[in-house]
Every structure is written in structure tokens, then in C-alpha cells.
Write a protein that binds this ligand. Structure first.
Ligand code: ZN
Length: 352
């Protein structure tokens, strides 16, 4: 009997056990590359970037991991797998790859989505010189976040019955700028990852190049599914390119076809501004458990850290790890396969 085609077990070992091992794995894989930078957060934590290809490349595929700390396990695995398979990739012409590792190293280290200042980096790309976005739904639900689960669920049900599901998701996850202890907090100034992105854009002179950016996330959507989310607005060049490059599986929050609702302050917006008409940015979002599990796990994590109790934080870290990167080898294999497909499509699209 013919064996079912699968990835070798060795590939599955590529999922790092911790931030420290992911960082060593990344540094080992890129040490022969000349154009590397390290952007330290402190003595033990850093964001790393490495460039593979000609310095003056016109086309650049950018792969980002750890925008949401804990999700870095998945992003780092895909980056490592890509680095291992460079010789097999369809790279032609004047093309480079830029790897951005652990944009939020603090969250990666501590199994959190937010950074050490409580900032969700993917709500942090707003203009801080202007009044910050308002989220009245979050303010209405804020005290419920820290209640025991059954009381919280009752308050949430009441809100959903009055305002609908979409309004509920925007209230909780759309972004809020008032509660630093709470989830999806956009901050009051640029966070470490935001400043790191500016440094990387300047260092690698990304302005004017043709860019395909894939920002790797996990924890939202159906189990094992890799959703290609495009936050470019319909009618823009970035939107058109994303649809063309990645095909009909590409979803758009602006059109209501995504697991994700429209959000404030996404990292996407900085890249949209940078690439103008030349390229596209997509979020590659790997689904795990249900949206109820996502909200429950993340909200409990914020409650645990706010309490400061070591046992609650420990238990929450375990739950966060499993929600954002299930131990199930079947799930992990699906993720590596999908990652390979998307990288291949990004390179083909970029070079077409
Ligand atoms: Zn994420």
C-alpha cells in the first residue's frame, strides 16, 4: 500500500518550545546572512531581522512572526521551515526575503498576546498625535471582563442580545485605548514592535520596493484552517493583488467574508502606507479552537495577570500556549503545509 504523503516528523520538531529556543533556532539559521539586525528590548529579549537575497532587490517577500507574542511559536516554525527550504523556493529575478522574528518578544516569552506594556501591537498603529479611537462597547463591558466566567458570560449574552454578534466582537476585540490591563489595548504611544518596524523599514530601505508581506498569526478561525485575510480596502491595488496572488480563499473584513472584524490600529495600515500601489499585505491566520475559547482564554489571561497571582498566571500561560499553538501533530502539520503554499503563492505573485 502506498503511504499517504506527509511531512517528515523532523519538520514537526521545528515548532519551538519557548521564545529562547525559537530565537536560537532563528539566529542559527540566519547566521551566514550578512544583513542582519537585532533590536533589543532588554538583555534577554529582542526582535531579529535578516535579509536573504540581493541588497538592491526590487521584489521583497516579508515574513513576520510574533506580532502577537504567544503566536510567535507558529510564525517562528514557518520561518524556520522556509529557511530550511530556501533552495526549493521559486525565487527568480531580483527578489529578496526579509524575515522579521518576534516582533513582540515579551509576549512570546511570557505566552501573552500583548507586550510588557499591555499593548496589543495590532491595535497600536494609530496616529498618536490625534485623539485616540473610541470604543464605547468596550467601556460598557469593561468591568465584566474581570468577573468570574459565569457572570461574565451572562453580561456578554445580554450585550449580544441587544446589539448583535458583530457589535459584540468589535466591542471586545476591535481595539480599546482606555484600559491597559485589558485585552486588545492599543496603547497610548508606539510600542516596542511599532518602533522596531520603523527601524526595519529604514534599515532595509523598503520604501519604493515591491512588497509581499505575510504576517503570521494563530488562534482565530476553524481548527487547522489557514485564512488569508486582506485588510486593504476593496478597490485598492493592494486588495486587487492579494485576490490575484492568493485566489478565492482570500477574505476581507471590509466585505464581511473574514473570521476577523474590522479593527483599529492594525500593523497592516503602516505597510499599506509604505507600499502604496506596489504590493500587498496579508495576515495568515491559523484557526485553533472556537471564538468562545479565544475570548475566554485571552480574557482569563488578562484577569490572571491583573490579579498578580503566580498560580493563576501559570495556569493561564498553559491555556494560552495550547489555544495559540495546539500540541496536536495533525494541526501542526496542516500549518506547515499551508505556510508552504502561501509562501509559494506570495513569491509567484510578487514576481509575476
Ligand atoms: Zn494574532
Amino acid at each position: 500500500m502506498k503511504k499517504c504523503p506527509t511531512l517528515p516528523d523532523a519538520a514537526l520538531k521545528i515548532f519551538p518550545a519557548s521564545y529562547a529556543s525559537a530565537r536560537s533556532q532563528f539566529i542559527d539559521a540566519v547566521q551566514s546572512l550578512e544583513n542582519r539586525i537585532s533590536i533589543p528590548l532588554d538583555d534577554a529579549l529582542s526582535t531579529e531581522a535578516a535579509w536573504l537575497g540581493p541588497a538592491d532587490a526590487e521584489h521583497v517577500l516579508v515574513l513576520i512572526s510574533g506580532t502577537h507574542g504567544v503566536e510567535g511559536t507558529v510564525g517562528a516554525a514557518i520561518q524556520a521551515d522556509t529557511l530550511n527550504r530556501i533552495a526549493e523556493l521559486p525565487i527568480v529575478g531580483n527578489t529578496a526575503l526579509l524575515f522579521i522574528f518576534a516582533l513582540n518578544p515579551h509576549g512570546f516569552q511570557h505566552h501573552r498576546r500583548c507586550d510588557g506594556d499591555g499593548i496589543d501591537l495590532n491595535r497600536n498603529f494609530v496616529d498618536f498625535s490625534k485623539p485616540l479611537p473610541q470604543n464605547p462597547g468596550y467601556i460598557e463591558l469593561m468591568d465584566a471582563i474581570y468577573l468570574p466566567e459565569n457572570e461574565r458570560a451572562a453580561r456578554f449574552r445580554e450585550y449580544k442580545n441587544t446589539h448583535g454578534n458583530n457589535a459584540f466582537e468589535i466591542a471586545i476585540s476591535g481595539g480599546q485605548y482606555t484600559d491597559p490591563n485589558g485585552p486588545f489595548f492599543g496603547g497610548t504611544s508606539p510600542g516596542h514592535g511599532n518602533r522596531a518596524i520603523e527601524q526595519i523599514i529604514a534599515h532595509y530601505k523598503l520604501e519604493g520596493r515591491h512588497l509581499a508581506v505575510v504576517d503570521i498569526h494563530s488562534g482565530l478561525g476553524p481548527y487547522g484552517h489557514g485564512e488569508i485575510i486582506c485588510d486593504h480596502l476593496p478597490g485598492t491595488a493592494g486588495f486587487r493583488d492579494a485576490m490575484k496572488w492568493y485566489g478565492p480563499a482570500t477574505t476581507a473584513p471590509a466585505e464581511g467574508t473574514s473570521s476577523s472584524v474590522q479593527k483599529e490600529g492594525l500593523l497592516d495600515y503602516r505597510w499599506h502606507e509604505l507600499m502604496k500601489e506596489r504590493g500587498s499585505f496579508v495576515t495568515l491566520e491559523f484557526g485553533t479552537y472556537s471564538i468562545e475559547s479565544l475570548f475566554g482564554t485571552v480574557l482569563n489571561d488578562h484577569r490572571a495577570w491583573k490579579s498578580g497571582k503566580a498560580d493563576e498566571i501559570f495556569q493561564s500561560s498553559e491555556n494560552m500556549r495550547e489555544h495559540f499553538c495546539p500540541a496536536d501533530p495533525l494541526w501542526r502539520e496542516l500549518i506547515l503545509v499551508k505556510g508552504r503554499q502561501i509562501i509559494q503563492l506570495a513569491l509567484k505573485g510578487l514576481q509575476s
